[in-house]
Write a protein of this length. Structure first.
Length: 340
């Protein structure tokens, strides 16, 4: 594939894609609570851009009722789970602004949940629904495993992409080559670590690092020396300090030292501030309802000075293994259609 490139998340969007949570065995008695959090995320994003919520057949009315009074369109398609960052297509644009969707394979984060065949097929169904050309890849990849600057640079973690439960038949060089081919990137920066306790995704990058602008990255850097990732995130930062992007620029690093926890169903869960979604004119950030939320929001707001930063409570989403970024997928704006 040539001529296509994945744009940065801060590029203009035509909208945001989400999937409605219905997997009762994952949510373990908190399904109603997580539906409320998904709806609040959708409502927050809809202040900035339209949201399309995909619900499994028979659950559309449930999604509509929860997302009432918001710019949320609900459609029904077969689904297994509700983490569209990972199962939905990754959209790319060519120089003329034509849009396509890369359909990577999906195996439920190393076959951790069954069934997952509908989620493996959902990208093709979405692209057909949207009228977007499909570019197939046989490599397993979740969108939460990468962050791009739209100018040729991609950051990922070795902990996730080199895990044997994803692509055991591919070498690191082959994985990198497929990323470059399908997403139009020229340079891949490999961080050693995702979150130590992130056993669900095996260390997705969207819990530890995100591009905020060309040459600028926001990183998790827990100030608490007792945090399990205190040393690991400093090792990540050390890699970034000596890295340059695809255009040869040294990286400006913005540290987020705050960490926060919530308790859901008797389980203590960390709410990752890094797992935010960048919308048209806004940034929607998961928060825990703790005093340190405000300081974290201020750090993120400084990294995105031209956007309104909004915090949305997300401890139940964290209980399921993710955050705001994990449940969203941006639809980048295509070129304007010619007038008839």
């Amino acid at each position: 594939m040539t001529g296509f490139r994945m744009p940065a998340e801060w590029s203009e969007h035509d909208g945001c894609l989400m999937a409605w949570p219905t997997r009762a065995d994952l949510w373990d008695g908190v399904l109603d609570a997580v539906k409320g959090e998904y709806a609040e995320v959708a409502r927050a994003i809809s202040r900035f851009e339209p949201v399309t919520m995909v619900a499994p057949p028979g659950f559309g009315d449930d999604a509509r009722a929860h997302c009432a009074d918001a710019d949320v369109q609900v459609v029904e398609l077969p689904l297994d789970d509700s983490w569209f960052r990972d199962s939905a297509p990754l959209f790319v644009l060519d120089e003329a602004g034509n849009r396509a969707g890369v359909d990577f394979r999906f195996n439920a984060w190393g076959r951790k949940h069954h069934p997952y065949d509908s989620d493996d097929r959902i990208s093709a169904l979405l692209l057909d629904l949207l009228g977007v050309d499909r570019i197939a890849s046989e490599m397993i990849l979740e969108g939460g495993a990468i962050t791009v600057d739209g100018e040729g640079t991609l950051i990922t973690t070795e902990q996730c992409l080199l895990h044997p439960n994803r692509n055991p038949g591919l070498t690191r060089d082959q994985i990198e080559a497929e990323l470059k081919s399908r997403l139009g990137v020229e340079k891949v920066i490999w961080l050693p670590y995702g979150g130590l306790l992130d056993t669900e995704t095996d260390g997705h990058v969207d819990g530890v690092c995100a591009f905020a602008a060309p040459g600028k990255v926001v990183v998790s850097l827990p100030a608490d020396p007792e945090h399990p990732d205190h040393a690991r995130m400093r090792a990540n930062r050390a890699v970034l300090e000596v890295s340059t992007d695809a255009r040869g620029r040294a990286l400006e690093i913005v540290d987020v030292p705050q960490t926060a926890y919530g308790e859901v169903a008797g389980v203590r869960v960390e709410v990752s501030y890094l797992n935010y979604y960048v919308a048209n004119g806004g940034v929607v950030v998961p928060v825990a309802g703790e005093p340190q939320d405000l300081a974290a929001l201020e750090v993120i707001a400084a990294a995105y000075p031209d956007r309104k930063v909004v915090g949305v409570p997300a401890p139940v989403i964290a209980y399921g293994g993710g955050g705001v970024h994990c449940i969203t997928q941006q639809l980048p704006a295509a070129r304007p259609r010619p007038r008839a």
